[in-house]
Ligand binder design. Sequence first.
Ligand SMILES: Nc1ncnc2c1ncn2[C@@H]1O[C@H](COP(=O)(O)OP(=O)(O)OP(=O)(O)O)[C@@H](O)[C@H]1O
Length: 363
Amino acid sequence: MSDLKQDLLAELNRLELPGGGTLVSRDMVRAVSIEDGVAKFVIEAPSAEMAQQMEPLRAAAERAALSVLGITKASVILTAHEASPVKKPTDPKGPAPSLKMGGHPTGGDNSIRPSGVKSILAVASGKGGVGKSTVSSNLAVALAKQGRKVGLLDADIYGPSQPRMMGVNKRPASPDGKIIEPLQAHGVTMMSIGLMLDPDKAVVWRGPMLMGALQQMMSQVRWGELDVLIVDMPPGTGDVQLTLCQRAAPTGALVVSTPQDVALLDARKALDMFNTLKTPVLGLIENMSTFHCPKCGHEAQIFGHGGVKDEAGRLGLPFLGALPIDLDTRLAGDDGTPIAAGDGPIAQAYAQLADRLIKGGMA
Ligand SMILES: Nc1ncnc2c1ncn2[C@@H]1O[C@H](COP(=O)(O)OP(=O)(O)OP(=O)(O)O)[C@@H](O)[C@H]1O
């Protein structure tokens, strides 16, 4: 750990909490990064209710960071660890594994976290087809356009869509048979299991094979030095999510949902899973929000509108933005050039999202 980071944690360790202990001793500080004198980190409150009362503490943490010699700017985000009382999804494989409470996963001895990667963001959803892959590819491109070194890992092993969305179909090389060379597209370093498999064959794998594939894509791919690795997760709450959260220690998760009730119900399951796995949820994104008719200008709320923002408010989680349902977004994805690569209004919306993540120290 760098001296500056140690000094920062020492300062934060002086901030006492009303119920006893400090921000550090109660393991509420996440995703600390210090670069060029700018400190960024997340305070993860144990519940949405507590998060709402913790704004003064967040401000105090920012001041504490600024009191460290060598830190000239500080940006601190408050998020809630525990989503509202959510019913646990039934796990067909039995009870969830027992996880040590109070400790953020580091990947441990079995870590598969690539060493040159500063931040790992898991883009997740409870339900399929809500736009995780679209958001992942566009966000990756938007971050790269803002000068970040970005990786994109398509971990949606059953339905990899990044080769199509990023416009790559070359099989990655592995000259020594061990390390896999990732591909480059739109300024992003990318890898997808889809590039290694026959696109017309269904993947029929059991849990251990899925975990092996994820492990390979994390630790055997030459990711190099990256500011952020975006992981496009499969839908739901299964083995890949479990392995990623336990062994790659993601900086946090971004949960995508449509405003529709049924998608929101599933999004709550995903939030509950990240809560159990102690992965901070950094925010919720509403996709396929309003539809603006390009011909007559009429606005239609095909899947409803505002549901994700309301849910984020209810859970005390940041709402990161609403992306409209938009024909050009779909066409651009099918065409292999994410819409964020252009400069229209949707590209601007992704640029804002990227900017927010950069400013928040998450990417
Ligand atoms: N905002 C949007 N406007 C229009 N079409 C969209 C939008 N977001 C996603 N789509 C389209 O919806 C379909 C599903 O999106 P996508 O593959 O990104 O979802 P997903 O959650 O990753 O799905 P899966 O769970 O199957 O991996 C794609 O055809 C995509 O182009």
